[in-house]
Design a protein around this ligand. Sequence first.
Ligand code: ATP
Length: 443
Amino acid sequence: MPATSIDQIVNLAKRRGYVYPASEIYGGLNSCWDYGPLGAELKRNVKDEWWRFMVHTRRNVVGLDSAILQHPGVWRASGHVDGFSDPLVDCKKCKARFRADDLESATCPVRNNVALNDECKSHFTEPREFNLMFQTHLGPVQDEGSLAYLRPETAQGIFTNYLNVQTTGRLKPPFGIAQIGKSFRNEITPGNFIFRTREFEQMEMEFFCPPDEWEQWYAFWKEQRMQWYLDLGLSPERLRWRDHEGTELAHYAKATADIEYELPIGWKELEGVACRSDFDLNAHTKGSGKTLEYFDGQTRERYVPWVIEPAAGVDRAMLCFLVEAYDEEEVDGDKRTVLRLHPRLAPIKVAVFPLVKKDGMPEKAAEIEGQLLARGISTFYDQSGAIGRRYRRQDEVGTPWCITIDGETLSDGTVTLRERDSMEQTRVPAAELGALISERLAG
Ligand code: ATP
């Protein structure tokens, strides 16, 4: 059974060092979070898995790392200055703020999160558009000329570099440019832990193709992206597609479908796959005066490619992986909390336990741990407390394998290898451990 409330994840995350409230010693900052040692590893693993799947296993996708601050002209041309807004209403009575397009599921933060009723709604102001881009100023003078924005999506840095990347790499459509990085949106109603925050990380890829091939690539990337989540352990019954209807489509989109996941707060968007047509390249051609097209030197053919974009959130994916992995079960009359994370996502791969703190076991354990670390397999060493308690602590943070070094290890060189999910224990030669774990991680 996955988590039944987000609070289960919030509590475990805080208790075990996955996620802490940001600025906690100052009382916290609304909907801002810091990733602790285990959270930083999980996040890195999610990003590494995405990069491997999207870039390293394909010949026609390359990477990019563009600046968060871009010329304001970028955001004017992309439509963000004029159009990247949500409708906002204020309650004149409670002074609470709401997204006018999200009143059905909204609750009042001022009045103990009670559901909104018609009376509430009679106190609302008319909706007004609120631009979600964070503003800042470059340099010491704060005037109109120094105004800049923090990027609300990583995609635009890809479009403005389209020609750089295409010509330096001598790339011919279809090809993709992938990027992972922070984005910022001054959300009206952030919340639900790391599901919606004002600072978050995105994993986006813009795939440039000949215009008449867009439908085939749109279908291809939809299939690929769903497969990625399934391969990393999200279950098919909690995943579904939702197509955007005509009026819901973004101003740049020809077609969009969201991958939704069933969180304890309902079905929610996890990733969007969109056909952005030639909107962005044309918009930046107009805005910058530089022609952004593809020219084939051999056939003399010239065209503006169309773009398919899979856009995912790192933090949101992390939340879904944690919710899916969370399990509570009864073992020998005790409650066992276990995170059944995919081994490649798990922050710690192997926990190393000497059975007792004497007879040379800690030294032997440290030696075996050293061999695992030398292969880049992350470990956690624990020599205190009953062995059962040590196993449970690792179950709770999602460590797929524990090894115990005991008297037999000293005489025949074998260790106990214990599996997180089945709790099965087998004896394995210590010398073979590194290869065995590497093989399982690769598979
Ligand atoms: P939503 O409708 O939830 O606001 P969106 O449709 O505006 O999301 P996109 O612009 O398509 O989102 O961004 C792509 C992905 O980036 C989303 O699917 C989500 O995973 C992530 N994302 C977007 N906004 C946030 C946010 N405020 N906090 C965390 N992740 C976000």
